[in-house]
Design a protein around this ligand. Structure first.
Ligand code: PLP
Length: 425
């Protein structure tokens, strides 16, 4: 399929859009319409992989990567996304998106994108994947490209704004992965990356490739676990589930909205943000007022200018009719982590806690039906927040433990394009 830019440019082939990340007119690539799945969903298989291929096939129709889709899914979606309903709260579930190598949902998008890019790279050219991260993206992208020949990964993260384990993980790859801690906030890192791509000469010289959350190559695979979760729920005899998605840059949640547009049995979609409440305020007032981000316990959602908002406004004439949003302060994050552990014996990460807090507010306000909360990271990644609240140590999943066992190194970097250009040498 050909895709278009939110700012009117295009059309370009899907694989060209995946290779370039951002549209040349500065917009974000979008499918002109979301293909509705024609065959009955019940015939699409039972596994995440089978459903992913069925869902994504029409997007890839006629594309250079069409014949590779099965292999791309097989290479990248190698772990499951189980939905776990709470025994003591049977209308609420967690969609566990943290079973990939870096224990956050970013693994789905990063690995799928890497599998696409690897098939699109020109063998005679240098490639540098440049990525700004609020904590989890950088590690997922680094893990996806680690030790791949002819690809360098450059990761920028905001110094002091990621959890100690996230910082260790970001610096633990080495070899073809170069990690920098930037004296600034995530928004500074994102701005530096944007400026680097806008600098033609710099971008050409290093063969810069984008892997940020605006990439269609990350958005499309994120639809697949919403397809999988909603179909699994309906197959088990439930009515179409509603979703709460912890949100920062709006990538994960926008994929959920796209899955619903594809015709999947998804009811309401509600965004949960932390104190960076630009999205709830936008949906309530209709006015978009980007803010400097503030640091919260759910640091991967500390975003003051959500990059995928442009997609929401492009797709929906009335965004507030398509999606709702609420926000949560740090004290509520703490109490939700504590309560979820006391009531259910389940430890959740601070981002997932935002989602659960919003789900409980929805119930208090009379919401009916089944609700699935996206559990965006494993709690052991945020142990300095979670462990004191639940009073016990958390065991990192094995893949994460292996990365954490390696020594880590990140070089300090000033938050300027000049400093980044130097570092890229
Ligand atoms: C990135 C991230 C989020 C926010 O996802 P967006 O796609 O930016 O909205 C939430 N939770 C965790 C753990 C993350 O890593």
């Amino acid at each position: 399929m050909n895709v278009v830019s939110t700012r009117g440019g295009g059309p370009v082939a899907l694989s060209a859009a995946i290779a370039s990340g951002q549209a040349p007119d500065g917009g974000l690539f979008m499918p002109p319409e979301v293909p509705r799945f024609a065959a009955p969903w019940t015939e699409s298989g039972d596994t995440l992989g089978e459903r992913a291929v069925a869902l994504l096939r029409p997007f890839f129709a006629g594309d250079a990567l069409a014949a590779e889709l099965d292999a791309i899914v097989r290479d990248s979606l190698t772990f499951d996304a189980p939905t776990r309903w709470f025994a003591g709260e049977p209308d609420t579930a967690l969609l566990e998106l943290f079973h990939g190598p870096t224990a956050a949902f970013k693994d789905f998008g990063a690995r799928f994108l890497a599998a696409c890019l690897q098939r699109l790279f020109r063998p005679d050219r240098a490639h540098t994947v440049l990525v700004a991260t609020s904590g989890d993206t950088g590690a997922a992208v680094a893990a996806a490209f680690w030790r791949r020949p002819d690809v360098r990964v450059v990761v920028l993260y905001p110094d002091g704004r990621v959890s100690p384990r996230q910082a260790h993980q970001l610096g633990a790859f080495g070899e073809n992965v170069h990690t920098f801690c930037v004296a600034g906030a995530f928004d500074d890192c994102q701005a530096m990356v944007k400026q680097a791509f806008a600098d033609r000469a710099l971008s050409e010289r290093h063969g810069l490739v984008s892997a940020n959350s605006i990439s269609l190559g990350r958005l499309l695979p994120q639809m697949t676990y919403y397809a999988h979760a909603s179909l699994t729920a309906v197959r088990a005899g439930r009515a179409r589930p509603n979703f709460v998605v912890p949100t920062g840059n709006l990538g994960n949640a926008f994929a959920c909205l796209m899955a619903r547009e594809a015709g999947l049995p998804i009811g309401d979609v509600v965004l949960a943000t932390n104190q960076n409440r630009v999205l709830p305020d936008f949906l309530a007032s209709g006015e978009y007022r980007p803010q400097p981000s503030v640091a919260t316990l759910a640091n991967a959602m500390d975003v003051g200018a959500p990059s995928n908002l442009e997609r929401l406004r492009h797709r929906f004439a009335a965004p507030a009719a398509a999606v709702r949003a609420d926000w949560v302060d740090d004290e509520t994050i703490r109490s939700t982590i504590r309560d979820t552990y006391e009531r259910h014996g389940v430890a959740v990460c601070p981002h997932t806690a935002c989602g659960l807090a919003v789900r409980h507010r929805l119930r208090a306000n009379g919401a009916q039906g089944d609700w699935i909360v996206a559990a965006t990271a494993h709690p052991a990644k945020f142990e300095t927040v979670v462990e004191p609240l639940i009073g016990r140590a958390l065991t990192p999943p094995q893949a994460l433990a292996e990365i954490l066992a390696r020594p880590a190194h990140a070089a300090p970097l000033q938050p300027t394009l000049a400093a980044l250009a130097d570092a890229l040498q």
